[in-house]
Design a protein around this ligand. Structure first.
Ligand SMILES: *Cc1c(COP(=O)(O)O)cnc(C)c1O
Length: 366
């Protein structure tokens, strides 16, 4: 019946056939020139110090993988209440904060509803909006410092606007948005999602405003500060009504038992994890100074665990490739306002040293 050349594809949603996907970071195993253990991985903002050793210890002795996790995440949400100081009724966890973003869009969007996205920013917002049949309304940030153009955002609001997404600090640019600006957008009454994936490196949060604004949602993750990117766990701080609906629509066992153990152990080892966060922040400042000495880069101040630079001489794509040839992985960008930009995650001091040495060599040639 079906023509063999079309095959299964003719059954797939036409809007998804043409969708441009999410570009994930490079897996170290895919580099042929440099052995995996020698690779300096500064491309995905991962924690160079790893997770708490307590996590590994607890998981090696864990033997209840045959039992489903608690779908209501009750113990986990209580633990996150202790960590955040926010009531568990306002908290829900997910298999990475990206999953929660997706569930929020799934819950809010009718086909054609609009999501305001302040670009350049994290590409996942675009992708999940389109996959959930939303319409993306891109508002360009201010060119000089990547701050959010608040009046342009309010102007972009229409009767179809269901969500405004803000990232604080922003990825890939590292800058923060002020509480005043966030409040101005909250005052529009439109739901505002503030992605605080890098909160622990920045220290600024709007989470306590959850009691005052019925339209505020905050996304957090343990991928970065707690070094759990590979296990997948994020959470949201939201109006309790949103939490109840999200509990209803999410896949029941989305946060697995290994994650529940890992979060419990991580929160028992705060001194250790906070020491690592402090080391990363200190290294960010040192790295900013070192990068500033390179004439061919313009360095933007960062409040996260990565640093964004505009390439003034040469090409970001080529610099990325030359670093990769030396076993150093970074990300380059070519979207609006970040054309010829490059982002370096903050690693350990020795990673910075390798990066700076390589950048000097590359810079001397151009
Ligand atoms: C890394 C990152 C996240 C984390 O996503 P997870 O799915 O929790 O790993 C979320 N938002 C931004 C902006 C990020 O850079």
């Amino acid at each position: 019946m079906s023509s063999p050349d079309k095959g299964i594809e003719k059954f797939i949603r036409s809007d998804l056939i043409t969708l441009g996907g999410y570009s994930t970071h490079k897996s170290p195993d895919t580099l042929k020139s440099v052995p995996a253990e020698k690779i300096v991985k500064l491309d995905a903002n991962e924690n160079p110090y790893g997770c708490s050793p307590k996590v590994q210890k607890a998981l090696s002795g864990y033997n209840r993988y045959n039992i489903y996790p608690d779908a209501g995440q009750n113990k986990l949400r209580k633990q996150l209440q202790t960590y955040t100081g926010i009531d568990a009724a306002n908290i829900i966890a997910a298999n990475g904060s990206g999953e929660l973003l997706n569930d929020i869009l799934y819950l809010l969007l009718e086909p054609g509803d609009e999501v305001i996205n302040c670009i350049p920013t994290f590409d996942l917002y675009r992708l999940r909006t389109l996959i959930n049949r939303g319409k993306l309304v891109n508002v360009l940030r201010n060119a000089d410092d990547f701050s959010v153009n608040v009046s342009a955002v309010t102007t972009a609001i229409t009767p179809k606007t269901k969500l405004i997404i803000l990232t604080n600090p922003n990825n890939p640019t590292g800058n923060v948005i002020s509480v005043g600006d966030i409040k101005e957008l909250l005052d529009t009454g439109i739901p505002v999602l503030v992605d605080e994936a890098y909160y622990e490196f920045c220290g600024e949060t709007v989470a306590p405003l959850i009691d005052k604004y019925h339209n505020l949602m905050v996304l957090r993750t343990l991928s970065k500060w707690a070094g759990l990117a590979g296990l997948r766990v994020g959470y949201g701080i939201l109006p309790s009504q949103m939490v109840n609906y999200l509990l209803k629509i999410k896949l029941p066992y989305n946060v697995n038992v290994a994650v529940q153990v890992a979060v419990e152990e991580s929160l028992k080892d705060m001194d250790y994890l906070q020491r690592n966060v402090k080391a990363i922040i200190a290294e960010r400042e040192r790295m900013t100074g070192e990068l500033n000495k390179l004439q061919f880069l313009k360095v933007y101040p960062s409040r996260a665990n990565f640093i964004f630079c505009a390439v003034l001489k040469g090409e970001a794509k080529q610099i990325q490739q030359e670093l990769q040839d030396r076993g150093i992985l970074v990300r380059y960008f070519d979207q609006l306002l970040v054309k010829n930009g490059i982002r370096f995650s903050v690693g350990k001091p020795e990673h910075t040293d390798s990066l700076i040495k390589a950048l000097r060599e590359i810079g001397n040639k151009t």
